[in-house]
Design a protein around this ligand. Structure first.
Ligand code: ADP
Length: 485
């Protein structure tokens, strides 16, 4: 990997603690594995609670000067960081693919997407406006200022090793918070490379630390129990989100949670069929089905069910499965063996209950954790996939008759992150977009992510929003000032 990088110094394996590049206190390391080949590509510093506490203390000291600077000043640093990310896009993409497995083209896209949050929130740094409110008594003048919340800590997953961190750290730094990131143990290298560039961009010593660790729950406990941390921002499963919410209750900590989804993708009889197939391909197979906004349940109205199934099958059979580092791969490997077991479990459950495999359905001939892109028909609400996220390249097709029926089925889940539907009748579009209980609705599109829009879920998919001008609110506190004149 190092030999393929234009700038090998981006491949850092030490943690970034309070402005220094360090090993663990006890010298421990953990392995980072390339999921396409199964080989160890790096040994990374394996930090614990003591080092995490030092990073938090340093962030608390450093944030004060950082917050005292003007928004324009912080914006300039973030702008520089954004530019460095884009100048090093190819190297960052290579590192990302090597540790996570997604095809290089997608990794390049992720770097641009992650960088766009740094650019966007840098711009927003200048726009943290307050408010004046007409007083409630003749002598009273009321104003509201918004101030940084303090030290924020993040825990992020492996599926977007760059972007999940970028959309948390960027608003935090923009408003003047200190920030301690704990990346997923599968993908620490992308986070460390981001920190190398943050340092070069002029993020001051201590404002940002990256704690690499294989012991997620230890670091999570330090974040939740250390009274200096005022904000926890998490992306991952609903299960772990619940644990962190419970743990953070003792400190009454402000939390943002981007949790699991179970996205319905609905195709009505009046949809543009080819556009719907294309949208389903993007939504379902992007990142090999390993995103929390990937279509998990595809509902197709009876009149076009068979036509849609055949067209989707034809499109899926054109996908190339291979090492993400090789040009021309559309789908990389799954992240690990458990991910393969999960998709196999969903497929056998569907088949046992009467569904059919239209294409795929098995481990791929490449071996390892490669899996054939799969389409299944005859899928019904009593099957596991109706309730659980597959997180793999499997498209289950449910048949439905009426609008009422499909809305009821689409909403019949504890999750409420993203959903999609294809239709042309304007009355139907309006009714359905209002009836779906989700934080994000894609209408006639399978791609919804953008730094300019608020990303986030309702129900048990989470709390808070990332991106857009709203994304900055989670890192700010309001202060109401009542002045008697
Ligand atoms: P995923 O399936 O995407 O890995 P998880 O919710 O299991 O979703 O993990 C998301 C992140 O949370 C990962 O970085 C993982 O290491 C971390 N994590 C898992 N369990 C805990 C925990 N008990 N406390 C803190 N972090 C955790």
């Amino acid at each position: 990997l190092k030999s393929r990088l234009k700038d090998p110094s981006l491949l850092e394996t030490r943690a970034y603690l309070a402005g220094e590049w360090v090993g663990a206190d006890d010298g421990a390391t953990f392995d980072v594995i390339n999921p396409a080949r199964g080989d160890v590509i790096a040994k990374v510093a394996d930090l614990g609670r003591a080092e995490t506490a030092r990073a938090i203390a340093a962030a608390d000291t450093a944030r004060r000067d950082w917050a005292a600077r003007t928004g324009k000043d912080r914006a300039a640093v973030l702008r520089k960081w954004y530019e460095l990310m884009m100048e090093n896009q190819e190297d960052l993409a290579l590192i990302l693919t090597a540790e996570m497995g997604k095809p290089l083209a997608e990794a390049r896209g992720e770097i641009a997407y992650g960088a766009s949050f740094v650019e966007w929130f840098g711009e927003e740094a200048k726009r943290v406006y307050g408010e004046t409110i007409p007083g409630h008594q003749p002598d009273k003048r009321i104003s509201v200022i918004r101030q940084p919340i303090g030290v924020a800590a993040s825990i992020t997953p492996w599926n977007f090793p760059n972007a999940m961190i970028a959309r948390k750290v960027a608003p935090a730094l923009a408003v003047g918070c200190g920030f301690v990131a704990r990346p997923a143990a599968e993908t620490p290298l992308s986070a460390l490379a981001m920190a190398v560039l943050a340092e070069r961009a002029g993020v001051p010593t201590g404002v940002l630390s990256v704690i690499t660790s294989s012991r997620a729950s230890d670091i999570g406990k330090e974040f939740c129990e250390n009274p200096i941390v005022r904000k926890l921002t998490f992306t991952g499963s609903t299960e772990v989100g619940r644990i962190l919410l419970r743990q953070s209750a003792d400190q009454v900590m402000k939390c943002s949670m981007e949790l699991g989804g179970n996205a319905p993708f609905i195709v009505f009889d009046d949809a543009d069929l080819d556009a719907a197939v294309q949208g389903a391909m993007m939504s379902k197979y992007r990142n090999n089905g390993q995103t929390c906004v990937c279509a998990n349940r595809i509902y197709v109205q009876a009149g076009i069910y068979d036509a849609f199934a055949q067209k989707l099958k034809a499109a899926v059979e054109k996908l190339n499965v291979g090492d993400g580092l090789a040009e021309g791969s559309d789908l990389g490997p799954l992240i690990n063996e458990e991910a393969v077991t999960k998709i196999e479990d969903h497929i056998s459950d569907i088949v046992a209950k009467g569904g059919q495999v239209l294409t795929g359905g098995r481990r791929h001939g490449n071996g390892g954790t490669f899996f054939e892109p799969t389409v299944l028909t005859g899928v019904t609400q009593d099957m596991k996939v109706a309730q659980e996220e597959t997180f793999g390249p499997m498209a289950p097709l449910f048949r439905f008759d009426t609008e009422e029926e499909v809305i009821a089925h689409a909403n019949d889940t504890i999750f409420g992150l993203a959903c999609y539907f294809y239709a042309r009748d304007i009355g139907r579009i309006t009714r359905v977009q209002e009836a779906l209980e989700y934080g994000i609705v894609g209408v006639n599109t399978g791609l919804i992510s953008s730094e300019v829009a608020p990303f986030g879920g309702v129900k048990q998919s989470g709390l808070g929003r990332e991106g857009s001008h709203h994304g900055i609110d989670d890192y700010l506190e309001m202060k109401y000032i009542c002045l008697s004149v």
